[in-house]
Design a protein around this ligand. Structure first.
Ligand SMILES: NC(=O)c1ccc[n+]([C@@H]2O[C@H](COP(=O)([O-])OP(=O)(O)OC[C@H]3O[C@@H](n4cnc5c(N)ncnc54)[C@H](O)[C@@H]3O)[C@@H](O)[C@H]2O)c1
Length: 356
């Protein structure tokens, strides 16, 4: 898996809104270079290339994959193309960091991880929320067994008016697979499993709703893609209840649009027998020590972080250089996809889905 050269030359697939920050993050690493970008929208690709100083611009990802100087690719396209492009990149011998959501479904995702294993190439899904200092701080306390038995966690990301621009691929099932669940719900689900260290789901019950986008309501600002008359037919609200092998339960709530007091609410809250915590911001809750001490609500802003770079690209590059383990493993990414599939199935059938 270790890269043969100390410079990791990246190719970016997709010149959308997120690729700007991705390119900047790669460039900040002393061993990271963005060599090429590909997007069927040539104008958009040239704009990113000009701004970030990327040498090569391709209209077709196949040409980028054929460039022998490229070691690794970052894929950030509409969700439908994630797994097919990841497979093409791996077949061409490139290491892959893929945007979330992993894929349109679990079988498609499994093909990708199987291929990466077969080709002995690095593969990760870039779950950036795991790298935030607050996420790392709470994760470290879980590792140090601060919480006793963690019996429940609540993961949520609810926006009041936050549908990425209406009329773009984001709202279309054929291109996006799902709506708020695949866009922001997946972040908090992944973060919750990561922070609690629990990747053994056994059953899922869930429901998705389409209540705002289909009425032309709830539009936010995200996205560079063109508006078209594309149908909005994905969830703009979803709720799920997940049971794990060790008895822990998790609730997941997500919305792009709903009536609520705040414009945005996002957090992972964990409940243990000895202490509780929230991740955004990182805080610890527990009984004070001693007979007359008060209940403690502690800010964790001074506790150390494991990865000072706080960056998914730096983790990926360091991994390719043999210096760090991947924070997001293919197996963990598959588990998250399995839960997302189960939420969709449970919503459709009205029944709980058993995973084990
Ligand atoms: N990790 C995060 O926090 C985060 C944030 C935003 C978006 N994303 C993810 O990143 C991906 C892209 O999102 P975005 O906001 O940049 O979208 P966007 O609509 O702004 O851009 C998508 C780009 O992909 C291009 N594209 C389409 N098919 C392509 C192909 N076959 N090859 C190359 N390019 C192709 C489009 O022309 C467009 O320029 C999505 O999967 C989204 O879920 C992740």
């Amino acid at each position: 898996m270790k890269a043969s050269s100390s410079t990791i030359n990246f190719g970016l697939i997709g010149a959308g809104a997120i690729s700007w920050s991705a390119a900047e993050a790669i460039k900040k690493h002393a061993n990271g270079k963005v060599l090429a970008i590909s997007d069927p929208n040539a104008e958009r690709a040239r704009e990113v290339a000009g701004h970030i100083k990327i040498e090569k611009v391709y209209a077709d990802a196949k040409e980028l994959f054929a460039n022998p100087d490229i070691n690794a690719v970052y894929i950030a396209t509409p969700n439908k193309f994630h797994a097919p492009l990841a497979k093409q990149a791996l077949t061409a011998g490139k290491h892959v960091i893929l945007e979330k959501p992993f894929a349109m479904n679990y079988p498609e995702a499994k093909q990708v991880t199987d291929l990466a294993a077969k080709k002995k190439l690095a593969f990760t899904v870039g779950m950036n929320q795991r790298f935030n200092a607050d996420s790392q701080r709470v994760r470290q306390l879980v590792e140090k067994k601060f919480f006793g038995e963690i019996y429940h966690a609540k993961a949520y990301w609810r926006r009041r008016t936050g549908i990425p621009k209406l009329g773009t691929w984001f709202g279309n099932k054929e291109l996006a697979g799902a709506g708020s669940l695949y866009d922001i719900g997946v972040h908090m689900l992944d973060l919750c499993l990561y922070v609690t260290g629990n990747f053994e789901p056994v059953s899922v019950s869930g429901q998705t709703y389409t209540k705002f986008g289909n009425r032309g309501l709830g539009e936010g600002g995200w996205g560079n893609s063109e508006k078209s008359n594309i149908k909005f037919d994905v969830d703009d609200f979803a709720s799920a209840f997940i049971r794990f092998a060790n008895g822990t339960t998790v609730t997941l709530d997500t919305s792009w649009a709903c009536h609520q007091a705040d414009a945005n609410r996002d957090n992972v809250e964990i409940f243990g027998t000895e202490a509780g915590a929230s991740v955004r911001p990182a805080k610890l809750y527990r009984y004070g020590k001693g007979e007359f001490s008060k209940y403690e609500v502690l800010d964790l802003d001074k506790t150390p972080v494991a990865l000072a770079h706080q960056c998914r690209f730096h983790n990926f590059i360091n991994h390719l250089l043999g210096k760090e383990k991947l924070v997001v493993t293919p197996t963990q990414a598959l588990t998250v996809q399995k839960i997302l599939d189960a939420i969709a199935k449970s919503s459709k059938t009205g029944k709980e889905v058993r995973l084990a």
